[in-house]
Design a binder for this molecule. Sequence first.
Ligand code: NAD
Length: 368
Amino acid sequence: MIKVKKRKILLLPGDGIGPEVIQEVKKVIQWFNSNKSLDFEIDQDLAGGCSFDKHGAPITDEVFYKALECEVVMLGAVGGPKWDNLDFSKKPERALLKLRKELKLFANLRPAICFEQLVDASTLKPEIVSGLDIMIVRELTGGIYFGEPRGIKPIENGERKGVNTHTYTTSEIVRVAKVAFDLAKKRSNKVTSCEKSNVMEAGQLWREEVQELHDKEYKEVELSHMLADNCAMQLLKNPKQFDVIVTDNLFGDMLSDQASMLTGSLGLLPSASLGAKNKDGEMRAMYEPIHGSAPDIAGQGVANPIASILSFAMALRYSLDLDNEADTLEKAVQDVLNDGLRTKDIISEGMKEVSTSVMGDAIISKLQ
Ligand code: NAD
C-alpha cells in the first residue's frame, strides 16, 4: 500500500497550453513556499501525448506510482490533433481516465462562478448570471461510463449492437452525496439531486438513497430532487436557484459543461476530483482547469492561467486545509481582474491585454 506523502505536489503539465498554465501555478506554489513558510515539495513529470512521444504510453507506471504517493496532483491538459488517430488505449486521455479510476477519485467538483467583472462574457442576460455561484458535484467512477457489459457486437440480422450498462450501488451514491451535503453546509445549505427516476431504476435508487442519507444525517440541509432534463432547462432559465447540484457521471458530464458555459469563460474555471479519506484522514485528489489543451493557441503565450491557479486554490482548500491561503489566492485573482488586466480570451474594450506569464506575475504581486 503506497502511503500519501503530506504536502507533496505532482505537476503533470501535459500537452498544448498545459505546460504554459501549469508554469504559472508552479510560480504561485514557490511564492507560498518562500513567503508563507510553507513546505510544499514539488515534483513534475509527463502525462498525455508528451508521455506517449517519449515513452510510447500516455502515462508510465513510474509516473502513476508518483501520483499515488502525492497528496495533490495538478494536471494541465492532455491531447491534441497530433495524437487523434492513435489506438484508444494509447490516446493521451487514457492518462486522465487511469488517474481518475486508479486513484479512486469518485467526486468531481466543478464550480460555475460568474465573475462580476466578466458578466458580459456570458451568452445569457447579465441579470440572469450576475452573482452566479454554483457547485456541481459529479460522480466520476461509476455509472454508464464504467458499467459492464459493454461493447459492440454483431447480431443475427447482420446488424451490430452497441451496449453500455448504467449501474449504481448504495455505497457509490451515498459517498458522493455526502460530499455534496458537506459542501452545502459551508455554502448556502441547499442540495439539488438530479437523476431520471421517472424512466431509470438506477435513477430511482439514486433518489431514494440520497433522501435516506439526508433524513439520517443531513436534516439541516435543504434537499430537493429534480429530473436531469429539467435541471438542464432550469440552468438556462434561472441558474441562481441552485447552490450545490449532485448527480451521476453521465448527467454530471453534461450539466457541468452547460453550467460552466453560463459564465462564458472557459479559461477561468477550476475543478477538483476527490477520493475517499482513509482512516488517517488522508485523501488522494487531482486538480485541473476545465479547459483542454487548446492547440489553436498553444505556444503563443496567450493562454489564460486563471483556471489553473484557481484549481490550486481548490487544492489549498480541499486537500491541504489552508482555507486562508485559498481565500488570499482567490482574492488576488479578483484584484487583478478589478485592475483591468485580461488575457486574450476575455479581453474587452478599455481593458489591458496581457500574456500568460504577466497575468501569473500580476496575481502573485497581489499576494504580497
Ligand atoms: P479546449 O478547451 O482545449 O479549447 C476550446 C477553445 O477555448 C479554444 O478556442 C481554446 O483556444 C480556448 N481556450 C481553452 N482554454 C483556454 C485558456 N486557458 N485560455 C484561453 N483560451 C482557452 O477544447 P477543445 O478544442 O475541444 O480540445 C482540444 C484538445 O484538448 C483535444 O485534444 C481534447 O481532447 C483535449 N481536452 C482535454 C481535456 C483535459 O485534459 N482535461 C479537456 C477537454 C479537452
